[in-house]
Every structure is written in C-alpha cells, then in structure tokens.
Ligand binder design. Structure first.
Ligand SMILES: Nc1ncnc2c1ncn2[C@@H]1O[C@H](COP(=O)(O)OP(=O)(O)OP(=O)(O)O)[C@@H](O)[C@H]1O
Ligand SMILES: [Mg+2]
Length: 477
C-alpha cells in the first residue's frame, strides 16, 4: 500500500491517516464507505466514514483539487452556502509506484438531498418552484461575493429542507473563479451557462419521466433568468425618489430584510438642485433571520426555519406577557420551555429523520391543523407527541446515518450501493441517463441540439482556471 506523502488541510484529522490512500478510490473496501444518495459526476466520488463524521472524497487531478479546495475554503469564509473543504491528499502512489490522482475531501452535507431524490413523476409544480427559488438565491449570493461558478447544474447543487421551502448549497466549485467583484458581463455569462446546463438537466429529467408533463424545461429556464434579474435588481439596484419620500429608504431595508438579507451599507446620494435622492444597497448579507435566531438562542438553522422559529418566539413572548422582558432573556425561556420539550418528545431513534429546526417547524404546522380539527388550541407538547406518532414515524430518514441507507437498499437493490448513480439491479427503466457523461460521439441528439458536451470539453481544455491572487500558496495553508 502506498504511503500518504502529502496531506494538505487547515483542519487536519489524524483519523484519516490510516485510510488506504494508495488504492484507487473506486477500489476501496466497502467497510470504509457509506452509501448515501448523490448526484451525477464525472469523477469517482465516495462517502467515507471517519469516526462519527462522513466525508465526501473525490478523485481529481491535482491543480483542480487544490483550486477547488482553496475556493471552498474562501466560500466558507465568505459565509456562502457551500460544502466545507477538509483537505487534499496528494502525491499518492499505488503498490507499483504508479501515481494516482489526488483526493479532495469535503464534509458530507448532512440532511442534504441531491435533486434526483426530490424529483419523481409526481413532483408538484410548487415543489419545483421552491427548488428554483433556492437555486436563484444561491446563484445571486455567489455573485454578490464575486464568485463566478462556471458550471451551475442540478448535479452541482444540494438541497436542504428549509421550513416550507428549500435552501441550496454549492457542491462542486471546480470551474469557479473568485473575483473582488463580478462585472455584469461575467454575471450574465454565468447565467447563460446555468441556463444551458439546467435546460439539459430538465430535458434529462423529462426523458426519464421524472418531470410532470405540464412542466416545460424552456419555461423553467426562462423563469430562473427572470427571477435572478428581479432579485439582483432588488438587492443591488439604484432607486430614485423625491426628497419628500424619505420613508422609501426604510422601506427598501425592510424589503431586503423580508427577503432574508441585511444591508451592511446603504449608499445615499442627494442632489440639492433637483432634491432627488438616490439609494443603493452597497453590501447585503444573506441570513438576516438566521443571525437573529443564532444571537438569541444559539440555534443554527436555515433562513426560513429561523423565520418560522422567531415568529413563534415573538408570538409566545407576547402571549405570555413578556413584551417588556429583555429579548434575550425571553428567548432563553422560550428555548427551555417550548423548543426543548418538543425536541425531547422525539425518540432518539427518529432523530435522523429531520433536522431539529425542521421538526419544530413541522410540529407548528401539525399543531395548527390539529387545533383547527379539534376546534381548540392544542398545547405544543401534545402536538409534538401527535406529530411524532402520525408523521415522523412514517417519514424516510434523510440524515446521514447507517440506518438511513439500509431501507432504501432493501427495497431496491442498487447495482453499486456506493455509487447510487449507477441505478438499481432490477430496474426496468433505463438507468439515469446524462448525455454529459458520455463521449460526444455517442450523443444521439440532433446536430443542432444544445452542445453541452462541447461546452464542457471546452471548460475541461481550459481547466487551469484563474487562480485567485489573494489566496496563499498551499504550503501556507
Ligand atoms: N460534501 C458533500 N456532501 C454531500 N454530497 C456530496 C458532497 N460532495 C459531493 N457530493 C455528491 O457527489 C456528487 C458529485 O460531486 P461533484 O459534483 O463534486 O463531482 P464532479 O465529478 O466534479 O461533478 P462534475 O461532473 O459536475 O464535474 C454531487 O452531486 C453530490 O451529490
Ligand atoms: Mg459535479
């Protein structure tokens, strides 16, 4: 077995050292792997169990591994929703001394759902809209920090439940570039690639019978563009009004907060001659409600979950006559008297099914419906018990846990449980087909079809993306 010669990591994990780095990832013994759902990929990707943690390992050429590692670190530092880099293992050699590609390690994003787990023949239009909303917010957030992705596609995004909605995370930064600021041209170019890739993704879903008939890929892609433009304008656009309408400054901030963004700086200009005021939010940070909830309770949640929990906290505070009590004192009481008892009602064996904040959100919904039915107000503890019994017990597991995988594998046998994209053994249907994964000459598409593979080949050919000047060399990481 070849020795690890180089392990680059800002957060070294010594438990990783004994792993068989001298073996190609595809040949790793299954005892080291965890079978979890994942999206399509060109590289070999496996999930490995390291103590309690699960890491995603991707075998990839060195310059891309280092590039992606540094970008993911930067994106994490900039607080954008992306998977977290753990390290890169380089200078691998097999027994015969033949060099092997490096492995990029990232933390497995718990409770994440690749899009194929979310799409089924019966997926509702509303669900697709919510996924698209999340996707647009992700692209806009990345553009706000100067990140040009270059490869937005459904397989490069992970979704997590966020109250009634979803939040989207970047999972593949290989083609990305981080700049101090993106020009309009760079943003629109990224959006064009996104539209091309996503159009291909939705056609692929349609061909596989996973998209409802009324959902038209072209319309979906047009909607994404329109939503992107609207959100970008709201977050960054200049607004002009007369000097007698100063309330519009406040309104703009409120609108941004309602969208989940905080304004760090508002550029306000007044023209004494015409008394026209122009305002432009200069820096906006996502996570307005997340930050407030975190500050008050220490709970780390998604944005819409935070919104829902804060709503409950504010209502509870008002109803229990604590309007004048210090906000953080009341929040602590709410945590102890409302939130924690709900969590305690969930047996340990069911905790892998949903994140705590998502459970709380679903209990609130359950209580509302149960109260309507019973024509009385159901106490939260009673609602929690009812929810566990009526809803949670029947839900499939979504968290990372060995139990979350076995039932799926039992229902249908995967060709390779560590590579779910290969499909099921006894599948009558064709395996998920992604034209991008085939060679271009095998494409059975008309010549004038969107040439995604050529686009990819081009990005592969120029795959030495601009390195970021502000990042330290690997030796300093
Ligand atoms: N940290 C992670 N947490 C959860 N899932 C992950 C993680 N890293 C990778 N995955 C899963 O593995 C899949 C493939 O990863 P990735 O997109 O990085 O591979 P790739 O070969 O570079 O893809 P592409 O073909 O787009 O270049 C993702 O779609 C995702 O489902
Ligand atoms: Mg990918």
């Amino acid at each position: 077995m070849g020795a690890v010669t180089r392990f680059i990591s800002a957060t070294p994990d010594s438990r990783l050292l004994p792993f068989p780095w001298g073996t190609p990832l595809a040949d790793w013994p299954v005892e080291l792997l965890v079978a979890l759902p994942r999206g399509l990929s060109r590289h070999v990707v496996r999930f490995i169990q390291v103590g309690e943690a699960v890491y995603a390992a991707k075998e990839i050429v060195e310059h891309l591994a280092l590039h992606e590692y540094r970008l993911l670190q930067e994106l994490h530092r900039l607080d954008t929703p992306s998977v977290e880099a753990v390290g890169v293992i380089t200078e691998r050699r097999d027994r015969a001394g033949t060099p092997l590609d490096p492995i990029l390690l990232t933390k497995h994003l718990e409770f994440s759902l690749p899009y194929r787990s979310l799409f089924s023949a019966s997926v509702r239009q509303e669900t697709v809209s919510k996924l698209l909303d999340a996707l647009v917010v992700l692209i806009v957030r990345l553009h706000l920090v100067g990140f040009k992705w270059g490869d937005v596609s459904l397989s490069n995004i992970l979704f997590r439940r966020d109250a009634e909605s979803f939040s989207a995370y970047l999972v593949d930064a290989e083609t990305g570039e981080l700049h101090a600021h993106l020009s309009q041209g760079q943003r629109l170019q990224d959006l064009e690639v996104a539209k091309t890739n996503l159009y291909g993704d939705f056609l692929d879903l349609q061909a596989g019978g996973l998209l409802r008939e009324e959902l038209d890929p072209q319309h979906i892609v047009d909607t994404i563009e329109a939503q992107y433009q609207d959100l970008w304008k709201e977050l960054t656009g200049v607004e002009k009004f007369g000097g007698d309408e100063l309330g519009r400054i406040e309104n703009r901030v409120r609108r941004l907060n309602a969208l989940g963004f905080d304004v760090a700086e508002m550029d306000i200009r007044t023209d004494a001659g015409t008394s026209v005021v122009s305002i432009q939010p200069k820096v906006v940070d996502a996570g307005h409600h997340q930050r407030r909830l975190m500050r008050l309770t220490g709970l780390d949640t998604e944005e819409n979950q935070a919104r829902r929990l804060l709503n409950d906290l504010d209502t509870w505070r008002f109803r229990t006559g604590q309007g004048n009590v210090d906000e953080s004192v009341a929040a602590h009481k709410w945590l102890m008297e409302v939130f924690e008892p709900v969590m305690e009602a969930v047996p340990a064996s069911l905790r892998a099914k949903r994140e705590p904040a998502q459970i709380f959100h679903e209990v609130l919904d359950y209580r509302w419906y149960a109260s309507q039915r019973a024509n009385r107000e159901i106490p939260i503890a009673e609602a929690a018990r009812g929810y566990v019994h009526d809803v949670l017990e029947a839900l499939p597991d979504e968290a990372m846990s060995p139990d979350s995988v076995i039932p799926v594998a039992e229902i249908k046998k995967l060709v390779n449980p560590y590579d779910p994209s290969m499909g099921y053994v006894d599948d009558d249907e064709e395996q998920p087909y992604d034209p991008w994964e085939d060679q271009v000459e095998e494409l059975r598409l008309p010549a004038d079809f969107l040439d995604i593979e050529a686009l990819r080949a081009k990005s592969r050919a120029s795959s030495q993306p601009a390195m970021m000047s502000r990042l330290p060399p690997p030796s300093e990481m």
